[in-house]
Unconditional design. Structure first.
Length: 349
């Protein structure tokens, strides 16, 4: 007798169940692959890109001499950290501190670090006053997004600028707030807008006044900054003791005073209505302007390496969200050269 095995007929319900099971298995496999890939990517994130700078953890301090400190923008676990290199070997091995900053500056053993920490409900922005060991002395809440930071040559005064609306100086609508801190008394001036303004020799009052980009002289009283009002920017000289500012020249942004106190480097808007700036140096005695050899648009507050050389940040070629530090002679001669790749916020010690 021949035994015939009954033929199983696949019902529509069973067919749907098999399709669902196959989809679940496929998604599970894809999820595992994604997790493994993410883990591998996380491992690689802790390594610098091939050919990039060597960055090691350490304890750089503000008391070290002949060093350049900056915010490390190179890929890897120390991205965003304050780092240090020898001034004589700026592209050498970097020593990174356990401190991250969006903006940083230091002088005479005093540092200022502006941090921007995204939160679930609200972004937290703060300024950290640092001692020579990069330890936090005081913390100050910021009213907006970090933009500029400076410390006076003596270390007594610090200043910082934030955007309270808009995200850059090229925005159609933006507002800034610049604060001043006496690090000896801890007296904080929350806004430079409380200072009296003398414009073109006359007292000036306007609701649209904005300040940014403070730079200090060596006398612990004189400073320079940008004043913006009525759609125009001005270089102003200020007095901390008298709480006044006076306009000196027009179309000046983000000034940086030379070590000898005779010149100001600044970015000048060269095309009205466009986000295009060129770097210039202004002689404070004659008000003569000298264009520098850098032909790229520089949206930065330059730093003097010495009385002859300026450094500034430019967007890194091909590295999204990164920047490089370049240098150029301050007299308009020469050519720009790469100073430190993957870096910003330079502070020469």
């Amino acid at each position: 007798m021949t035994v015939t095995t009954p033929r199983t007929t696949m019902t529509p319900l069973r067919r749907r169940l098999l399709v669902l099971l196959a989809a679940v298995l496929l998604l599970a496999g894809a999820g595992t692959a994604v997790v493994l890939h993410a883990a591998g990517r996380a491992d690689r994130a802790g390594q610098a890109q091939p050919g990039g700078p060597t960055v090691t953890a350490g304890r750089p301090t503000l008391g070290q001499k002949d060093r350049l400190m900056f915010v490390n923008a190179a890929a890897g676990p120390h991205r965003g950290a304050v780092a240090s290199v020898p001034a004589g070997d700026p592209q050498g091995r970097r020593t990174a501190a356990d401190l991250t900053c969006a903006r940083f500056y230091a002088a005479a053993g005093t540092g200022i670090c502006l941090q921007s920490n995204p939160g679930v409900l609200k972004q937290s922005n703060r300024a950290l006053l640092l001692d020579s060991e990069l330890r936090t002395v005081r913390t100050f809440a910021l009213a907006g997004t970090p933009s500029r930071a400076r410390v006076s040559p003596s270390g007594r005064f610090a200043a910082w600028t934030v955007f309270v609306s808009g995200e850059s100086y090229s925005s159609a609508f933006f507002s800034t707030r610049t604060s001043l801190l006496d690090t000896r008394t801890m007296k904080l001036t929350p806004s430079l807008e409380t200072f009296s303004v003398v414009k073109d020799g006359k007292p000036y009052h306007a609701s649209d006044v904005n300040f940014w980009g403070v730079t200090f002289a060596a006398d612990d009283d004189t400073f320079y900054a940008t004043l913006n009002t009525a759609g125009r920017t001005h270089l102003v000289r200020g007095s901390l003791s008298r709480r006044t500012v006076t306009t000196l020249a027009e179309n000046v942004e983000c000034p940086s005073l030379s070590p000898d106190g005779t010149r100001v480097a600044y970015k000048k808007r060269v095309l009205s209505g466009a986000s295009l700036w060129h770097e210039y140096v202004l002689d404070l005695r004659t008000l003569r302007q000298t264009p520098l050899a850098e032909r790229h648009s520089v949206d930065d507050q330059a730093t003097w390496l010495d009385d002859r050389t300026l450094a500034y940040a430019l967007p890194a070629n091909g590295r999204v969200g990164s920047s490089d530090l370049w240098s150029v002679p301050a007299d308009g001669t020469g050519t720009p050269r790469l100073l430190i790749a993957g870096a910003s916020s330079l502070a020469p010690l």
